[in-house]
Design a binder for this molecule. Structure first.
Ligand SMILES: O=C(O)C(=O)C[C@@H](O)[C@H](O)[C@H](O)COP(=O)(O)O
Ligand SMILES: [Zn+2]
Length: 355
């Protein structure tokens, strides 16, 4: 077991990583302050793990709310339904929401917790690799809108993250690898030794070797926790965690959130960002090749679908939250481990890598 601390003064919280943590309820139950608990999960995960979680809730007044599975359900309408469930439970200000699921469940449940009575506690129990290494840590919560991904939400930090690696046993390989993309992203942004470690351990990680898996999760979470502690609300450095996301979100939105997984969009988006950096003379082309080689070995996609036109994707990129005053702000890099925020890249250069 490993613990990563997200240091935010009075709102600091632990990320526990390892096998068997869900059953270790004495550990996480201490983070629940009141009597009311709403477990938010989905129809795929709940049959597998809700009973095990419920064993730790004995004596509390709790109920559950289940979403349908998938990114298309990360909507305002479903936040309203979760709030209604909190109302039906009679949840008071000391209530706690537990998000049992992947990124969709965590983002949506966290947003509902941020809204109920203007903010109550929530605990993340991620069941996908992507949620363990990325979305459950750092307090970004929210929903998608038809015009764009994650466009409505709030920063609301969890009270704890319980990353029980045993829960990954039921995760399909495609979804597992989508989570690996967010691990590669952390290394690509600012940790060259971690990138080299991933090059050495890529096959073991793709095979889910337990020691390699726990180390990968802990290294990525530790890196992210440091960034979040320095810049919780993305006034500067935190934007780097968005490497690949301006392109990736555009691809996800163009595909109505059902064509590619978020992590797949991030993998393709990182490659496009690397190609753009090289074409602007910012970074060596060999680093793009190393990134493509690692992602390919890990079984991740590296090319965007030809179905969406470059101009449609560029239009979608214009709604990205990092943009200011109508100007595209992208996360590019100087090479592996050296990501940078860049404004004012000419449309023609962006279109060229999208074509
Ligand atoms: O935590 C962050 O900050 C990130 O950017 C992590 C991303 O991997 C994650 O997908 C996040 O939800 C994207 O945030 P957004 O602000 O681009 O919607
Ligand atoms: Zn992401």
């Amino acid at each position: 077991m490993d613990t990563v601390d997200v240091a935010l003064a009075g709102r600091s919280y632990p990320v526990w990583i390892g096998p068997g943590l869900l059953a270790d309820s004495a550990r996480w139950r201490e983070r629940i302050r009141g009597r009311h608990v709403l477990v938010v999960s989905n129809t795929t995960v709940a049959p597998l793990y809700l009973d095990a979680l419920a064993r730790g809730l004995e004596g509390l007044h709790w109920s559950s709310f289940l979403l349908d599975d998938g990114e298309t359900h990360k909507t305002f309408a479903n936040v309203g339904r979760v709030l209604d469930a909190l109302g039906a439970l009679g949840a008071t200000r000391d209530a706690c929401v537990i998000a049992l699921g992947g990124g969709v469940v965590g983002d949506l449940a966290g947003f509902a917790a941020a809204c109920w009575m203007r903010g109550i506690d929530f605990i993340q129990v991620p069941t996908t690799l992507l949620a363990m290494v990325d979305s459950s840590v750092g307090g970004k919560t929210g929903v998608n809108l038809p015009v764009g991904k994650n466009l409505a939400g709030a920063f609301h930090q969890p009270r704890a993250v319980v990353a029980d690696t045993n829960l990954l046993a039921t995760l399909p390989q495609r979804e597992y690898l989508a989570g690996v993309a967010e691990v590669v992203k952390g290394a690509a942004i600012g940790d060259l030794p971690f990138f080299e470690w991933l090059e050495t351990n890529a096959d073991a990680l793709a095979r889910r070797e337990p020691a390699v898996l726990v180390e990968a999760i802990a290294r990525k979470c530790r890196y992210k926790a440091g960034v979040v502690a320095r810049d919780e609300t993305e006034q500067g450095e935190r934007a780097l965690l968005n490497l690949g996301h301006t392109f990736g979100h555009a691809l996800e939105t163009a595909g109505n959130y059902s064509e590619i997984l978020h992590g797949e969009g991030v993998a393709i988006g990182m490659v496009l960002a690397a190609r753009l950096s090289a074409s602007l003379g910012m970074a060596p082309a060999e680093d793009t090749q190393r990134l493509v080689a690692l992602l390919t070995r890990l079984g991740l996609p590296v090319e965007p679908s030809k179905v969406h036109t470059a101009s449609r994707l560029l239009d979608l990129m214009r709604l990205d939250k990092k943009n200011t005053a109508g100007t595209l702000r992208l996360i590019l890099w100087r090479g592996i481990g050296k990501a940078e925020i860049v404004s004012g890249v000419p449309d023609a250069d962006v279109l060229a890598v999208l074509q």
